[in-house]
Design a protein around this ligand. Structure first.
Ligand code: GLU
Length: 415
């Protein structure tokens, strides 16, 4: 794995703020790494064991917060990086949470729904001492969804002996998840995309967009773009490959094809392309919305987009980021671009604790306010300090986390 871009940006931000290496180390090191083996019974009657993790990075500003992913590539380094990103993301959005992340090393496509349910419940059983609404609040991530959260909430409530809606976020609305949560990451990203298009004074219409990844987040953005005549979606992909049509893809047909066939392969009125080809298309905006490390030193020279919106977590390596910066390509970092999901997770937690529920318009309005505040502050810092948007985002979030640490007496010394 190449060095993640956030580590270099965080270091640059710490230097600008005059923080020592020891202080930076303190802010980068997770509070706790918890590992467990989860044994579940398969439908065949055999037992399977899956290794699972929860990394709790920093709780200076509030309970640890972050998703749980089910993926064959889950490992400690990956989850450590992702938990750290959650700390900085929650601070960028200015919500009262720290950062955490969980994962299970598993290929969920190989499990039946009943086996997935046992795994979700097994995860809660394994980590129950360390997670909870005031301690560490899980949410969906790659390959987990509102059904996974419903099982987890039920299991936690069963163990505790009373109902605890506020244990996880990203639950189904029918189980008192928040209205607007499912589209929140995509909608937050769209608010930031619009802001950046105005800021960069991109006047070309329509703006051509390519999206890598057609999961909840990438698919959600595709839908939002299809409702806005300023944009034209020209390419999309899933884990097996993608479709490209320079004159524009019909989003509803793409999503229906994927739904019916399980993949994009063979989608008519377009060329089949690989994921690697999608990244290098001549488009205005590129949106990585899949997994980590998609743009690295090996392809950053070939990227043609003017603006990259990181809806995935950690999609660009440090060396890839340096090349993009030197080529003048604007990159909106993940901790801003995809902060909409955790922001509405916060709204869900608030609603669960109050037992009082908001209309979707209210959720989206509050989301827009927080996203634009964060985006405008980051653009201002980047302009004033002459740094990339990523470094500016870390200047904003590091300052907030650092202050909370000092006020709690967890970092001592200069102010
Ligand atoms: N998994 C999402 C993220 O990476 C959402 C986390 C949350 O809502 O806690 O931002």
């Amino acid at each position: 794995m190449e060095q993640p871009a956030y580590q270099v940006a965080l270091k640059e931000a710490a230097q600008i703020l005059g923080r020592s290496d020891v202080e930076l180390d303190r802010l980068m090191t997770p509070d706790r790494i918890i590992q467990a083996d989860i044994a579940i019974q398969l439908d065949s009657g055999e037992t399977a064991i899956f290794s699972a993790l929860r990394v709790q990075h920093n709780a200076a500003r509030g309970p640890y917060k972050g998703g749980i992913r089910f993926h064959p590539q889950v490992d400690v380094e990956e989850v450590k990086t992702l938990s750290s990103l959650m700390t900085w993301k929650c601070a960028v959005a200015n919500i009262p949470f720290g950062g955490g992340k969980g994962g299970v090393k598993v290929d969920p496509k190989k499990l039946s729904p009943l086996e997935l349910e046992r795994l979700a419940r097994g995860y809660v059983q394994a980590f129950v001492k360390h997670i909870g609404p005031n301690q560490d609040v899980p949410a969906p991530d790659v390959n987990t969804n509102e059904q996974t959260m419903a099982w987890m909430m039920d299991e936690y409530s069963r163990i505790k002996g009373h109902q605890m809606h506020d244990f996880v976020t990203g639950k189904p609305v029918a189980l008192f998840g928040s209205k607007g949560r499912e589209m929140a990451t995509s909608l937050g990203g769209k608010f930031i995309l619009d802001l950046m298009i105005d800021h960069l004074q991109i006047t070309k219409r329509p703006i051509q967009v390519a999206i890598q990844g057609l999961g909840n987040v990438g698919g959600g953005l595709a839908k939002l773009l299809s409702l806005d005549p300023r944009y034209k979606l020209v390419a999309v992909s899933d884990s097996q490959g993608g479709s490209y049509c320079p004159t524009g893809l019909e989003v509803s047909e793409v999503l229906a094809h994927k739904q019916t066939n399980g993949s994009l392969a063979g989608f008519p009125y377009s060329h089949d392309i690989t994921n690697a080809e999608l990244l290098e298309l001549d488009v205005d905006v590129l949106v990585p919305a899949a997994l980590e490390e998609q743009i690295t030193s090996s392809n950053a020279e070939h990227i043609k987009a003017k603006l990259i919106l990181e809806l995935a977590n950690n999609p660009i390596s440090a060396s890839g980021d340096a090349i993009l910066n030197s080529r003048g390509i604007s990159v909106v970092p993940d901790i801003l671009a995809n902060a909409g999901g955790v922001t509405v997770s916060y709204f869900e937690w608030v609603q669960n604790r109050e037992g009082w529920y908001w209309e979707e318009g209210e959720v989206n309005g509050r989301l827009q306010k927080l996203m634009l505040e964060a985006g405008q502050q980051i653009i201002k810092i980047a302009d004033e300090k002459k740094v990339s948007l990523r470094v500016a985002a870390f200047l904003l979030s590091l300052e907030r986390v650092d202050r909370a640490m000092r006020l709690r007496g967890k970092l001592v010394g200069r102010n």
